[in-house]
Design a protein around this ligand. Sequence first.
Ligand SMILES: Nc1ncnc2c1ncn2[C@@H]1O[C@H](COP(=O)(O)OP(=O)(O)OP(=O)(O)O)[C@@H](O)[C@H]1O
Length: 565
Amino acid sequence: MKTQRRLDKPGRQRPQQGTDLRPNGNRPTWRDLRRGLALLDIPRDRTLLAILAATITLGSALALAAVSAWLIMRAFAMPPVLDLTVAVVAVRALGISRGVFRYLDRLATHDIALRGTVAARTTLYRRLATGNPRTALAARRGQLLARTGEDIDTLGETVVRVLIPVAVALLLALIAVGGLALISPLAAAILAIALLLSGTVAPALAARAATIREHAADTHRGEHRDATMAVLDHAAELRVTGQLRPALDRAARALRHTDTSIDRAATTTAVASATVPLAIAASVIGSLLIGLELYGNGAIALTSLGILVLLPLAAFEATSALPEAAIHALRARNASHRLLGLLDDAGTGDVAPVASSAPAEGLELRGIQHGWTTPLAPPLDATWPPGSRILGTGSSGTGKTTLLLTLTGLIPPLAGSMEPGWAGAREQSLFLAEDAHIFATTVRDNLLLARGDATDADLLAACEAVGLGEWLATLPDGLGTVLEGGEEALSGGQRRRLLLARAVLSPAPVLLLDEPSEHLDAASAVRVLDALLDRGSGLMDAQRTVIVASHLAPTVEPDEWVRLG
Ligand SMILES: Nc1ncnc2c1ncn2[C@@H]1O[C@H](COP(=O)(O)OP(=O)(O)OP(=O)(O)O)[C@@H](O)[C@H]1O
């Protein structure tokens, strides 16, 4: 009995949510985060500037607290007003410098983060483009988007949310403790301990709570959802086989575990949240008691007593950002782990990109078996000299696209070999995927992708050859017309023809086209297929090898049929 739905095509792995385990099962580590941060290429000098600006920002708050305390206490003694003016001006200056330096700090940190994400994205794109093509082909589109989008953003934010705040908290703690030590070393020691506790215990607890929550979301909530869906989808069968009660119990148990985990996470979060105010209270009360005693003995002035009490309040501003930093560090560690999975899978990026001017050598297949995990067809032996016209047919899912990807050298075959080899195949061929991208730019730029040095006359001739001449004549700016929204600006048939024009323009000696007639009306579809398979049609140079995958039957006879399923 089928109790679980499988939505993916067989062979494709569903990624886990949250704490993403790599396919080989290993878990994210802090080393992953270090390697991930290296991708950001963080410049040392800019980072130091950002830390300086952020420290001055919070340092201004600290100094503001000290000067205000002094001012309050001094004003209490009602001195001549001129005694207070310097302090009053200092309070204003510190208030302004705080705002100014916060702005500079934001500019500097965001600059580092944004440059970092650009660097990481460039590395990832380059690796995907030039590394093992199977990595990008096997990943689902959503997965790639998440890695290149969200995960790299999370990694970039680590600069703003973790690295700079931790460095600033450390610096500020040193300054505050040092400043307080000038008045009372004992009060400074208490402040140091309180800062250490709130800077380590609270972040550790916050991170622990986040891990518990994530684990609950990954496992128990997933179990609950699966068990509930099984009951909802198969209640009748489960009742007949006596499995309904155990299935309901399973769902209830998973829900209980989810609730327990969430409660545990909430308790841990509550303790983490209480740690910082408790540390502040301990430090302030300690300072007050020490200060009162010192003041009573005449060892310090009233103004120093004020500073002793108010300074610790401001000293915790930097540490209070650390629990959030710890949670983000965990998130960035997981993102880094997923990214590195993709990068490592893609390899070192030393596979040559497709060069389209290689001479045609033809193809010689010896026992090729194509497939992702298991062979999709019996071994294929063939000799296709330059200029061959080959048609791969078969119903949906029989492996036509996979065969083309294999012959282009984009995914390795499960068995067999090919002349001119896989790198050679990549160099001499152009694969035109069914869903090849149309960019939201001009018609010209969309065509120049296939051959950068083509003239407007070449582009117009290619459009004419694929039946886009009339359409092009109606466009306001002809080749210069921008396709707003990319493929949304085109009908399905126009899109196919534009892709076909790319194939016509491309100088690659071997062309592999996946369903080139899709979305065309029935008569045009067969006409296009015939033109591709007929060497004399003039659509493609007679010396180019054209391999087409299609579920349609042409009216001309190709040089060879490859029948799949
Ligand atoms: N990226 C992938 N990763 C793993 N398996 C895949 C992948 N793409 C396709 N497959 C599997 O390979 C098999 C053949 O798929 P393929 O897309 O080659 O068939 P097709 O004949 O081109 O189908 P269609 O006519 O529907 O496009 C299917 O079982 C499919 O699930």
